[in-house]
Design a protein around this ligand. Sequence first.
Ligand SMILES: [Mn+2]
Length: 284
Amino acid sequence: MERFIASRRSIKGVTWILQGVPLDMTVSRFHGTSEGPRTIRRESRHLETFSTLLLGELQDVPFADVGDIELVPGDLHLSLETIKAVSSSFFRRGLKVATLGGEHLATLPVLEAASEVYPGMAVIHLDAHADLRDRYRGTKKNHATVMRRVAERCLASPSLLFQFGIRSASADEYRWGKENTSFFPLELSAPLRDVISMLGRRPVYLSLDIDIVDPGEAPGTGTPEPCGFSAREVLQALTLMKDLCMIGFDIVEVSPPNDINGITSVLAAGLTRECLIMWGRGDS
Ligand SMILES: [Mn+2]
């Protein structure tokens, strides 16, 4: 198995787990996210392990890439149960969990697992889309409803879901977001700064849909949305979160068949490296 750069070979003594979730069952436009984790790992091999931004070394981060979770072909329910069980086994041991997607629905079972260990956690959601529909094409669990389910099932209050950068939503989603979640459409760093100072030592999970980045810089995604943020703006927003008590993060919706020259996968690999260095070194 090809591992993410600088991964330890054993989970003994690590503080972070990196897992791939090649879920690709409910996407609405282009399929291809099942190839995300593998391609992101492959692209990571071309990156330096040192971050010139953080002046940190990924080799100093005790993390282990445990490979992809084996899903059940054609069975969404069992696949989600499997993702939850595997994630739960890590959270319950006090490990922090980084997840490479896969479609965004992968976040739901990971957060169901996290909520059992961290019932007071907050979720920071960076995405082009609100993902707040109650149902989509008749179903309750898919990548367009995922954050609605997270708000309802995984958090002490929907207001602990902090959504930034949203530039696409139905009128109903927009209204539901405004009334229930902590909803900051079209903006990123400015409201994020205020939220960070409020979160203090509360456990936080970050869910990053790569389509928050403009499709010009991240074309390899299933539901591209114009007028996005630059990769640099997203990276700067991430670094604002460096002192948060991060218990896990995911980077989802990378779809290699729709990519150009691997740029989206290498971006996801680079962001993963920065996140692991940022949150994986100390005891935060
Ligand atoms: Mn999205």
